[in-house]
Design a protein around this ligand. Sequence first.
Ligand SMILES: *Cc1c(COP(=O)(O)O)cnc(C)c1O
Length: 377
Amino acid sequence: MTRKFDTLAVHAGAEPDAETGAVAAPIHLSTTFRHDPDGGTDDFSYQRDDHPTQRRLETALAALECGERALAFASGMGAIAAMLDTLQRGQRVVVPDDCYVGLRGYATEVLPERGIEVVVVDTADLGAVRDACKQGVALVWAESPSNPRLKVSDLAGLARIAHTHGARFACDNTFATPVLQRPLQLGADVVMHSTSKYFGGHGDVLGGALVFARNDDFAERIAARRLLTGAILAPFSAWLTLRGCRSLPARMALHCANACKVAGYLATHPAIERVNWPGLPNHPGHAIAKRQMRGDEGMFGAMLSIELRGGFDAAVAVARRSRLFTNATSLGGCESLIEHRASAEGGHTRSPPGLLRLSIGLEDAGDLIADLQQALG
Ligand SMILES: *Cc1c(COP(=O)(O)O)cnc(C)c1O
């Protein structure tokens, strides 16, 4: 029987324990597993290779992103690195101009050292991506909505362009989550997640994942490399993340409803020059987000950023005055966070000086708006 998404979120990878009947998934901490003396075993052998709790999570992640295979990693950056490390000397990769600062750091520091050419493009502009691909490309990377400007890229369009040029297309789906958008169904080959964010959902577990459209040699190569480099997800982290999957759709619905109210309020505030949230009709990516995310239900994600007319000083002052919003990095937890990204990102930043990024949590929307009202002055 085919199951609907919310049902999969609760049940995929979370079957009762076969041995005890325990309804909550067990955590297996064992680093090693008994096997036949002649070495012949198809099952678990050593935790760095594979372990039962991680395998449960990977089953859930593959089901939710509609992929054939998922691989969990120790962090989102571990997943990004595993994907980028498949590139060979002399190959080219397209990365977005607005993206997670760790990807930018990797693309700036690590890839050129390994002889890989990085082309930075506004992936919201399909023409620019097409031009960038003309000299050959092995991988097109996108992030939609992007960090921290919430730019929206047309994922189906990017997949077509990448495939026309014989490249793979990978998408960081951390901000949207599969609740709002499933890039593999739009033609992506690989989806990447920082599960430290909405999947974990409580700001208490680090993790990352790659989900593959096909369980082919490429996925197998990355799995084999993970065994060698060791960036697996620890059992307790895998267990917490699996637990997060079960309430992900319910949390996302409330996150999105709150974000819609907060963005509506911010859009009217005279101290703010621009509100970056794809749900606002004047957002440049609104039409694409509407069809690509769950626009018909008003669900455009719960990350937004604002650009203050008063620039750097005004933005830092708002972050300093906020009380209910905690000044902290990261996102996707129950509590609302605010952060001045240019200060947080350090040397690799491209964030405008007056930009604040907000992760809208699960508090009462009226309380969140009241806090922003007093902080904006
Ligand atoms: C946090 C984040 C990452 C990196 O993930 P970690 O789990 O912190 O290593 C990558 N992409 C996006 C969009 C993120 O928000």
